[in-house]
Ligand binder design. Structure first.
Ligand code: FPP
Length: 256
């Protein structure tokens, strides 16, 4: 991922956008259709979002597709969602690859069927050299799970005698979190009207700008996304410093 795209600075385009795609079920219920119809419409909105990011030069997009808690939904909805994921993986990866999208998955992969895990691994393999857009799909993901797995990986090294407890700091823990290779999200969008983080990227969203909309995910279009980007561009990000300090030196996370 290039450290500073030519079009990022003047227009203040977020380098990394994180999205909770909420409202599929209500979109379908309002049409008196089964919830899975809403998820199918949601899958189309995913393409709208990807197209927009590529067109506007957003370099990384992280989508919350399925939370750790979503396993508790009715069995038929979970089954239908799994089928939808599998179909999307089979159908979309060629085109994503052709467009230069690198696809990765974050979350507790072990909970998915072997078939889905194989597809995930194949999609990651096929697209690993792409750099136009870094697409991360959070699936069976929870922010608390992420922090726990990062802590566990450090604890294992301490137990093995290869890491001193004193060496553990925020930086080291951050290096074990999902998405460690990307800049933290600059902008978070949640559709569907709720103003919560819902156990998404708890660690990574510490200084992310939050944007909420009543629009349901299947209603997403480029105009709505542009409204969010315009709002983002108007905000002063201080990262805990003063406005005067920020005017002197823009904090600038870079990535490879
Ligand atoms: C939340 O809406 C959405 C989900 C739990 C599933 C998200 C899945 C998709 C957008 C489709 C496919 C995605 C990929 C990456 C191929 P909800 O069901 O909670 O809606 P509600 O709040 O109205 O009930």
């Amino acid at each position: 991922m290039p450290s500073e795209p030519a079009n990022a600075a003047p227009a203040r385009i977020p380098r990394h956008l994180a999205v909770i795609m909420d409202g599929n079920g209500r979109w379908a219920e309002r049409r008196r259709r089964p919830r899975i119809i809403g998820h199918r419409a949601g899958a189309r909105a995913v393409n709208v979002c990807i197209d927009f990011c590529i067109a506007r030069g957003v370099q990384a997009l992280t989508l919350f597709a399925f939370s750790s808690e979503n396993w508790g939904r009715p069995e038929d909805e979970v089954g239908a969602l799994m089928k939808l994921f599998l179909n999307a993986l089979e159908r979309e990866v060629e085109e994503l690859d052709r467009r230069g999208v690198r696809v990765r998955f974050i979350g507790e992969r072990e909970r998915f069927s072997e078939k889905i895990r194989e597809r995930m691994a194949a999609a990651e393999r096929q697209t690993r050299n792409n750099t136009v857009l870094h697409l991360s799909i959070a699936a069976s993901y929870g922010g608390r799970w992420d922090i726990a797995q990062a802590a566990r990986s450090l604890a294992a090294e301490v137990a093995a005698g290869t890491l001193a407890v004193e060496a553990i700091d925020e930086r080291l823990l951050a290096s074990r979190m999902s998405l460690a290779e990307l800049p933290a999200p600059d902008l978070f969008i949640r559709t569907g009207g709720d103003t919560r983080i819902s156990n998404f990227l708890l660690w990574q969203l510490a200084y992310t700008e939050l944007w909420f909309t009543e629009a349901l995910w299947p209603e997403l279009d480029a105009g709505l996304l542009q409204t969010a980007l315009d709002d983002f561009a108007s905000r002063e990000r201080r990262f805990g410093l003063t406005g005067a300090q920020i005017a002197l030196a823009q904090p600038n996370e870079t990535v490879e």
